[in-house]
Design a protein around this ligand. Sequence first.
Ligand code: NAD
Ligand code: TYD
Length: 346
Amino acid sequence: MVASKSATFFVAGGAGFIGSGFVALLLETLPAATVVNFDALTYAGNLDNLQGLNQERHKFIRGDITDRSSVLDALTDATDVVVNFAAESHVDRSILSANEFIETNVLGAQVLLDCARERKVRRFVQISTDEVMGSLPEDTDTFFTEESHFRPNSPYAASKAAAEHLVRAAHHTFGLDTVITRCGNNYGPRQFPEKFLPLMIANALNDEPIPIYGDGLNVRDWIHVDDHCRAILKVVEAGRSDTTYNIGARNERRNIEVATSVLDQLGKPHSLLKFVKDRPGHDRRYAINPTLIETELGWKPQETWESGLRKTIDWYLGNPRWVDRARSGDYRQFYAQQYGIEVGAN
Ligand code: NAD
Ligand code: TYD
């Protein structure tokens, strides 16, 4: 066990969607653990995501992972585990401009690795994505495994793949204890509404059109964010060094099926669906074989698609202020550029 109940964690990107869920899980399940939450608060980071956390054992520091001196200041010699969630995470933005993706996802990862080594942390966990493995053929029984080749197709995926190589190199060259996780599409509370599921919920609630790329038949493998976070904790505690773990809930869905489920649950008409130009390089299908983490670490998802989707929709219904704030500011500019219409246009 690398993480005892009283371990000190450094979580990069802990004000974002998944990172904030992981910080909450750490504080809830490890009663003596302390967490330094290091986040630049980009458009995707949100201090509201951290409300209600135990403030004695959680310290938030606004900082950029590409800034070596800030990272070194925040990382003490007492830090046991670094978990890196910090990233530019949206494929469409990486198509509009890849620069920030290389800065944060690649250079930032290297800075964190160097600093972790300098501070002699006991374990470095890199949160990666199934997208580094590219696209699977549809209607077959092929799945991503830990042995699948790197075939990133978007600038986002390529930057995440590059980071994985740097993590591997830090282990083999310098002996840093490293583990990598690759998860599929997360859904759940607090996800920034540029991503498909919260975008659909927010648009549907406002009777705005829901943009479906291409033919809507692309397949994603959906997992509730809490199940992802529980899997990461297992990997932190008991994963083998220099090992990659795929994380997935065996929940493949076509985009159009996801969209109609959301509309049905909200009691909104299917006429809100609007087929739009396809995403360039749009991966057709993701599907994860999670056998390794299931058998080796005893992890299993706890949410079903039905229970997870219901809870997610309820959260967005119950948090209109969070949604309104997320859809203001920078989001409006991105939305107009990406979809050619203003947020709020019907
Ligand atoms: P997110 O965009 O919601 O959050 C990213 C967080 O990183 C934000 O709080 C942001 O402020 C912070 N950040 C960005 N640049 C930073 C920098 N230079 N320095 C410090 N902090 C910075 O992303 P998410 O959906 O929570 O994803 C978290 C991680 O999980 C990412 O690494 C992503 O690649 C990976 N992942 C996401 C999914 C998914 O479905 N969302 C699936 C698999 C893997
Ligand atoms: P997204 O949430 O961007 O995640 P990823 O690209 O990492 O899988 O998109 C999920 C799926 O939904 C993907 O196939 C693209 C599609 N999509 C749309 O059809 N319309 C949209 O407006 C968005 C954002 C995504």
